[in-house]
Design a protein around this ligand. Structure first.
Ligand code: F0G
Length: 434
């Protein structure tokens, strides 16, 4: 088996050993991709093998990432693998959300069912395992909250020492609380995500700490299993569209790579189209794909969907490539559109964090514009659990949600709690009026 880290820049394509501790191409500075030979087994045999593993009690078979280990063949020794049984996230039918978007049918793949409540666990199991394989005892990341929660948990499980860097005052308490509980050294920096990423890259090199942001190609390898599991759950019938929110753009890069590999291996007959949705106040990738020219970062990104409050996404070259390869689209949505879509997802009995709801808000716009048709087969990916940001939920439902520009968001689908006296008759009257 041959595997390598390969520079993503077409003009460079330099190759490096997968055991090198590098995150960008030392020759040209480009992004790196982990590439391995395709599995020796044919598509039919792989499908059967992966299905059989669902009945196994082996930890690596129970993991929705390592069950597909033939497509992440960088680990010879299962002892290096740290798993919390990540993945295994459901496809959930959501008729009410479909109706809201103008679709006949809509299915959510809910990554919030992961051990730390977000899709980051799919990537982190792989990144943390790589840290262990490399013998790097300390790991670091900058995060809008989910990466840090996930890294903290996997580092703890793997016996590594986690250092997390977060923008002070800009991550939800649910996520911060997780990192503290999992025992991460937590540094709150007075800067935004993009500024801190630059800082952490310097620090990790200087101090020999392994960097576990999505610039790390092994994170991307783990995250690509999200689409393998999705297609496995659909008996390998590709949807027309896969919709996901975009922040640092690691996830769309992972999905695109996974889908291309699946297609090349003969596991699926066509490539689904990718639709990335950004928050309007943090939408540099939308602007770039819309207007072309040089990629321009946004020095002051703003959105209440703090998970995707990123103005200088490192993976934009990969994301552009994957959008082009899949004939995809990029959309942007307002704070009000995100908040209302989130409440609709809640009413489906599903729930998600604000960034995830950008998918439904974006779909509604794409259907209205005719880019997605009502009868299309669509899977939207909910990236995080509703309990990640309860403050946002409470404020929306009680009419107290203030947008970054200080305007108050409408509580269109609000659900106010009602204060009642300790009196059965009075409560019966209140219930009669509901
Ligand atoms: N949704 C959620 C819930 C996220 O936490 C993130 C990213 C995204 C979407 C966007 O994914 O960056 O791959 O485009 N959160 C990162 C973090 C940046 O630090 O937790 P992306």
């Amino acid at each position: 088996m041959s595997a390598a880290l390969i520079c993503f820049e077409p003009a460079c394509r330099a190759r490096y050993d997968t055991r090198e501790v590098i995150y960008n191409c030392p020759r040209c500075g480009g992004l790196l991709e982990a590439i391995a030979d395709p599995p020796a087994l044919n598509a039919g045999v792989l499908k059967q093998l992966w299905r059989q593993r669902r009945a196994s009690n082996l930890p690596i078979d129970q993991s929705g990432v390592w069950r597909y280990r033939e497509i992440i063949p960088y680990f010879d020794d299962a002892a290096d693998i740290v798993t919390l049984r990540e993945g295994n996230t459901p496809l959930l039918e959501a008729p009410r959300a479909a109706q809201y978007a103008g679709l006949d049918r809509l299915v959510f793949k809910h990554q919030g069912f992961n051990p730390t409540g977000s899709f980051k666990d799919n990537g982190m199991t792989c990144g943390a395992s790589q840290a262990r394989l490399l013998g790097m005892p300390r790991v670091a990341c900058v995060s809008t909250g989910n990466t840090s929660a996930s890294m903290a948990a996997y580092a703890a499980a793997a016996g590594l020492q986690p250092f997390i860097f977060i923008p002070h005052g800009n991550i939800s308490y649910g996520k911060l609380a997780q990192a503290l509980d999992y025992g991460a050294h937590t540094l709150q920096v007075e800067a935004n995500f993009d500024q801190i990423l630059a800082l952490v890259r310097v620090l990790s090199e200087k101090l020999g700490i392994y960097l576990l942001n999505s610039i790390n190609p092994f994170r991307i390898e783990g995250q690509k299993t999200i689409v393998f599991e999705m297609l496995d759950q659909r008996d390998w019938q590709p949807p027309d569209w896969i919709v996901l929110p975009g922040g640092n753009l690691g996830n769309v890069s992972a999905f695109g790579k996974g889908l291309r590999e699946m297609h090349a291996m003969g596991l699926i007959s066509k490539l689904p189209r990718l639709a990335v949705v950004q928050a309007a106040g943090s939408a540099p990738f939308y602007e770039f794909m819309q207007h072309g020219g040089e990629f321009a970062s946004n020095p002051h990104p703003e959105t209440l969907a703090t998970a995707i409050k990123i103005g200088d996404p490192v993976s934009w070259p990969k994301a552009r490539f994957e959008i082009e390869q899949s004939r995809g689209v990029v959309e942007r949505v307002t704070e009000q559109e995100i908040a209302d879509a989130k409440a609709i997802i809640g009413r489906c009995g599903i729930g998600c964090e604000p960034a995830s709801a950008a998918t439904l808000a974006g779909l509604r716009k794409l259907v209205a514009a005719g880019a997605v048709r009502a009868g299309d087969d669509v899977v939207a990916v909910l990236t995080g659990n509703v309990l990640k940001d309860p403050d946002y939920v409470f404020r929306y439902h009680t009419g107290q949600l203030e947008a970054p520009d200080k305007s108050m968001l409408r509580s269109t689908f609000g659900n106010q709690p009602v204060v009642v006296p300790n009196d059965a008759n009075r409560i019966a009257q209140v219930i009669a009026g509901l």
